[in-house]
Design a protein around this ligand. Sequence first.
Ligand code: PMP
Length: 450
Amino acid sequence: HSRRLREQTPKSEQLHERAAEVTPLGVESNVRSFDPYPFYVEETSGSTVTDIDGNEYLDFLLALGPIILGHNHPDVTSAVKAQAERADLTATPQRIAIEFMERIVEMTPSIEQVRLANSGTEATMHAIRTARSYTGNDLIAKPEGGYAGAHDYALMSVYADEEALGPKERPNTVSYGTGIPDVVEDTVVAIPFNDKENTEAVLREHADDLAAVIIEPVMFSAGCLKPQDGYHEFLRELTEELDIVLIWDEVMTGFRLGPASAQGRFGVTPDMTTFAKAAGGGYQVGGFGGKREIMAEIEPPEDEDAESWHSSAFHGGTYNGHPVSCAAGLATLDVLQNEDVYEHIDRMGERLFEGLQEVADDVGLPVNVQYVGSMGQVYMTDHEIRHYRDTWHANSEQYADWWREAAAGGALFGNPMQSERFFTTYTHSEEEIDRALSIAEDAFNEVNHE
Ligand code: PMP
């Protein structure tokens, strides 16, 4: 199924060979490496990207989430240009960062105070440290199969199989990949998403040692696992009872599932929240925030020097609150607040994801499409996916084949990994969605003929 794609992308193949000389796998991030090779984008505009061979694709990958207003949104681009001309990075703060942080606090129910970083990885790393400082405990709980960034504490029990994860009631803590010290495994426990009984058992067993539970509101890092049977309400109550900090990792969902993020949409308020992606509209924004008394961990106690941070949780970074990123973020949030973006992307999401289910059904291929608002995933199985372990029974090879056929046809439904998900954006039109559905249908037909 990669033949068509290969034939259409000779220049990308050449560039990939060149890249592989200077960078492992020929890509800047492992997630960009796929068979036969990634294609190289030359231009982006609205809902489309054009590669170096001149192929145009309807884009639902959208940079893995950040592009919520469409590529090169004029307000974002002009804010970036204006800021870059006015002032670049300084190691003293700039007003634009305050304006951006005020807006984040105003929009996000759980965030009374906030700190900025540059990626989701930094956001979750610093949020975890702050929660550990606040509680004086080391242990973190996270769902098996959940991706919360590329730092050591987050790369636990993610992208793992049955052999590694062991019993579903008490999943093992296992590092993803090499290079992570074994001792880190002792600081993380895994919980089964959507399984209240076993989540409760794990949390109660470790309650005295736990600092935080860090969890996505919708588990998009395994495609699209929707919370079921009041799972988050239950977790909110239980963490409150056990004095465990509840961190919602809204890196994927933040400012995308609504102006008040997933917490506004679901009406559950965590103690802390991490965000990135859509908050920056395509530029490097990450951050974390929460209750004032938790964020106070970053400040030295009153009897200490303001420049002495020995008794507080350290958070720093040369690029934190970069003025150009803040300008991009603020311009993005302006549009999100002032225009009917959510109504549009959710309506396009419904048209796309319901449509994908319909065309797959017409083709007669066992497919289950799951989505929330503007984000969703196609699972190659006719079973509902409720738990992480259900994803193992969906056909990931067939998914990759379908993705490649659709990409060759001109639509990017995420990337070839079934554990990912894809999105709609503000510039997608009904006509573009319908065109994408016809490409998807042809691709379903191709993989159905095997
Ligand atoms: N948390 C979640 C839920 C994510 O989906 C991701 C990235 N996909 C991250 C954290 C890490 O974000 P980043 O790639 O910006 O470091």
